[in-house]
Design a protein around this ligand. Structure first.
Ligand code: FAD
Length: 272
């Protein structure tokens, strides 16, 4: 599939079992994720990319073991670990790891040893690991979220680290704003909301990036002190112990000497 944009209209070309097809349209929404092709239609120099790399990754491991109780996000001296339900019989664990780690560094036995260590629970039993992948933690914002009549939405325009659990929320916000703007343009001939689309969404995106950076830094700095040092670990733990200062930073937190368990007190989807 390729996307292009000449002087007036965006166009898409794609191939399937029946051959190659092409179409052009008045407006095109590029909602094909971070690795999609929509952005390829935008000439160099149009988009500014703002990027922040946190310096570590998550190993995501899908296992044949359900979550017992609530989803968990926990920090320990050995690093972050999270667990979220994936159907009645499975769950996905997220383990903080090095950016350069590969599957060879994480045989199944090590995954379970680290889970037990980071959750301080030697009673957790090994189970089959059916999938593993690595997610480098990073934040990206591409601005503007538009080139002529091509509109970027969701991960095609921005990424937040998964620790914040906000990427899908942002994608849905974008298409909600864009849907209403397209209706106004096509039904009422009012293009003002389309003109405002990028500014409207970017203001929302930066607000969420602020939250995502705060939450990601806090949860990882509070854990493994080899990451950013013991001073940052202590300040992050103090932050976790604080009652909440801002509504969007509301966390319920219970602490023991070796383990902190966090639950978002504001509603939102579980980890992806
Ligand atoms: C480990 C992890 C955990 C996460 N947890 C959460 C969470 O708890 N809460 C949350 O809100 N967000 C979470 N996210 C983020 C969330 O998954 C994304 O932000 C969201 O999926 C973005 O939606 P999107 O539609 O923009 O992009 P995508 O979900 O990437 O969808 C893009 C679609 O376009 C398709 N596509 C791309 N290129 C082509 C092509 N050339 N031809 C045809 N199709 C194409 C892709 O196959 C895909 O289906 C998590 C992400 C990760 C990695």
């Amino acid at each position: 599939m390729t996307v292009s944009h000449d002087d007036s209209r965006p166009a898409v070309t794609w191939s399937d079992a029946e051959g190659t097809h092409a179409t052009s349209c008045t407006y095109l929404v590029g909602s094909d994720g971070d690795r999609g092709v929509s952005r390829d239609a935008i000439p160099d120099g149009v988009l500014t990319e703002y990027r922040y790399d946190f310096g570590y990754a998550w190993l995501a491991a899908l296992v044949e073991a359900p979550v017992t109780g609530d989803a968990i996000m926990a920090v320990s001296d050995h690093g972050f670990v999270g667990q979220a339900p994936r159907g009645p019989q499975r769950s996905r664990y997220y383990l903080q790891c090095r950016l350069e780690d590969t599957e060879q560094d994480w045989p199944d036995e090590r995954i379970w040893d680290e889970i037990r260590l980071r959750l301080n629970d030697q009673g957790i039993q090994d189970a089959a690991v059916v999938e593993k992948f690595f997610v480098p933690l990073r934040s990206v914002v591409r601005s503007p979220m538009r080139y002529r009549n091509l509109f970027l939405a969701g991960d095609a325009a921005h990424l937040v680290p998964p620790a914040s659990a906000k990427g899908m929320n942002l994608a849905l916000f974008d298409v909600g704003v864009l849907g209403e703007a397209l209706v106004a343009a096509l039904r009422d001939g009012d293009t003002a909301p389309l003109e405002a689309y990028s500014d409207t969404c970017l203001s929302h995106v930066w607000n969420y990036q602020d939250f995502a950076t705060w939450m990601t830094d806090t949860m990882h700095d509070a854990g493994d002190p080899t990451q950013h040092g013991i001073f940052r670990q202590m300040t992050a733990r103090a932050r976790l112990d604080q009652p909440v200062q801002a509504p969007h930073r509301r966390l319920a937190c219970t602490a023991s000497t070796t383990r902190l368990q966090l639950r978002a007190a504001t509603p939102g989807p579980g980890l992806g």
